[in-house]
Design a protein around this ligand. Sequence first.
Ligand code: SAM
Ligand code: DTB
Ligand code: SF4
Length: 327
Amino acid sequence: MSQASTARPLVTPSTLRHDWPMDEIEALFALPFNELLFRAHSVHREHFEPNTVQVSTLLNIKTGGCAENCGYCSQSAHFDAGMEREALLAVEEVLDAARAARDGGATRFCMGAAWRKPKQKDLEVVIAMIQGVKGMGMEACVTLGMLDDDQVAQLREAGLDYYNHNIDTSPEYYDQVVTTRKFSDRIETINRVSEAGIKVCSGGILGMGEGRRDRAAMLQELANLPEHPGSVPINLLVKVPGTPLGDSPDLDIFEFVRTIAVARLLMPASYVRLSAGRQTMHDEAQALCFFAGANSLFYGDKLLTTENATTDHDRQLFERLGLQIET
Ligand code: SAM
Ligand code: DTB
Ligand code: SF4
């Protein structure tokens, strides 16, 4: 049996739960570490080939000057993280990067823009990028901020596979992280995208000073959406100097692994992505994340504005762990 043919979820969404109460989720977090990992790994094996990871490559297509004040972000215009603003990249430049990503093994190309909401003239350029990426045989994902119904319809028409829109943290902790929008704004865009038939990529960031209850509540929000997000990125905060959250205390790495495991248990058929933060993570921690149910990552030397684990390092890590890249 080929690795790739068994890598897709094996169950229908009807077998998935969307009614997770907080006490059950908190009880999962409170399990002894080995018990939690064993349960998560067992569920992972029921739904996915356990030695395969899906890889996506990121490109920031529009940098800096963003009107939102997300406290973790280097690209907000509200604080100075030393980021030079750049205009939207040209389509050809983006497609050159996409071709290189495909040749390096990526199956999905994710384009990010530092916008609160796209303008029509910019959306038209992004649509040309999406069509170009699709034409190369890759899945296309974009993350452009809030969308209205008309914008969602245009992206769907362009053949977009995934829209990334993270909820980032719990509803209760949200205003400690960002105040220029509401948690409910995020959920509205996610629901619009999902109702239009575009797959949702949504997750969050750990290590922003939130508590375990916030991590549990964030996963509850995602798991209790009408449909589980197809991809759930779990980012470890990249501490960017100059941002309000740049001095946040380190999160215990076992708590990070636990959150991956609980995400796997709550959303068994979703790809759980070990996202930002791998550059500062030990290989052993990454291996635990893969055991706990992470089966996707960002592959490429750069994330959006910060460094990622290098592709050389990742190739060696995959080799050492016997992991295959999903084709
Ligand atoms: N502006 C769009 C938005 O916010 O939806 C798209 C780009 S934004 C940079 C995409 C996501 O990157 C954020 O939702 C956040 O989860 C993640 N992110 C940004 N800065 C980060 C950091 N310093 N550490 C970890 N994740 C980060
Ligand atoms: C996601 O959840 N993480 C990615 C992607 N979706 C867009 C972004 C990570 C950004 C890390 C900080 C930076 O490089 O600016
Ligand atoms: Fe803007 Fe997105 Fe950064 Fe928030 S995370 S400041 S919306 S680019």
